[in-house]
Design a protein around this ligand. Structure first.
Ligand code: G
Ligand code: G
Ligand code: MN
Ligand code: NA
Length: 253
């Protein structure tokens, strides 16, 4: 039986789950958000990471119903966490394929309504490919912005970045791809200069900057010294099942 046949059953058989990775304010290192990351608990293969099945789900279109489920579940969980941590927001990754559906804003609005989560506590992460590959992306982003949700540009610096859309589109922030953090401290300081330049650009445009892939204290310190707004990475927290996220991130001992 192929992975694809199994994937068709994953949603109805309730094999999908969300893990959550903390996103921390750089100053004070308080968790302010949780990025929802999809996992597939396959009955035979065990826990499958999205790298192994998101591409497949994008090709066969299953990412549309799966993505709708992710939005509902992430909003439900974030709403439930408000009692423990008021103001905690949740980040959800969207594929370009979901933007091809004209009802995406309705799907987002329904997830907010059924959960009761305030729209400003939902951040939608999109990649530059959305802006390049989807004809009506700007219009859809406008409709999402009108709902009151936040929009963040993910994996920034790895795609075909265009400076024009950074100020044209209703973005709240961008996430510098972890490859730049990984390369910090290498010869000539190229990664340092790129991060410094991207931060200056983003802040000039009133965009918040999250740096991903922070694994070392030296990387966190460098980003803080440059004025980065948010930190994400294994140094602060790994992606965790919801119950572990509550224990380790929301109520650390
Ligand atoms: O967790 P991992 O590092 O394997 O994630 C790999 C990729 O899968 C990342 O680029 C991440 O953005 C993407 N991803 C994780 N969860 C979701 C999801 O719910 N929807 C979409 N479209 N992508 C996701
Ligand atoms: O493309 P996106 O940024 O959504 O991908 C997020 C993925 O990055 C998560 O699935 C997570 O597993 C991975 N990730 C998060 N923090 C780190 C880190 O510090 N180091 C590495 N190597 N991967 C990370
Ligand atoms: Mn992401
Ligand atoms: Na990313």
């Amino acid at each position: 039986v192929s992975l694809e046949a199994d994937l068709h059953r994953a949603l109805p058989q309730q094999e999908l789950e969300l893990h959550y990775q903390g996103i921390y304010r750089a100053s004070g290192r308080e968790p302010t958000a949780a990025e929802a990351l999809l996992r597939w608990r396959h009955p035979v293969r065990g826990l499958v990471n999205p790298g192994e099945f998101i591409g497949l789900a994008e090709t066969n279109g299953l990412i549309v119903p799966i993505g709708a489920w992710v939005l509902r579940e992430a909003c439900r969980q974030a709403a439930a966490w408000q009692a423990q941590r008021p103001g905690l927001s949740v980040n959800v990754n969207l594929s370009a394929r979901q933007f091809w559906q004209p009802d995406l804003p309705d799907v987002v609005r329904d997830a907010l309504r059924s959960s009761g989560l305030s729209p400003h506590l939902l951040t939608l992460e999109i990649t530059e490919s959305v802006l390049l590959d989807v004809p009506d992306a700007a219009q859809t982003l406008g409709a999402l912005h009108a709902l009151g949700v936040r929009l963040s540009l993910d994996d920034f610096g790895t795609g075909y970045s265009s400076l024009s859309y950074l100020h044209r589109l209703p973005l709240h922030g961008l996430k510098i791809d972890r490859s730049f953090i990984r390369d910090l401290g290498q010869a000539q300081g190229v990664a340092e200069n790129i991060i410094r330049a991207v931060m200056l650009l983003a802040h000039t445009l009133n965009l918040h900057v999250t740096t991903e892939g922070i694994e070392l204290e030296t990387q966190a310190g460098f980003v803080e010294a440059l004025g980065g707004d948010y930190l994400q990475g294994y140094l602060l927290a790994r992606p965790l099942p919801a119950a572990d996220f509550e224990r380790q991130v929301l109520s650390p001992s």
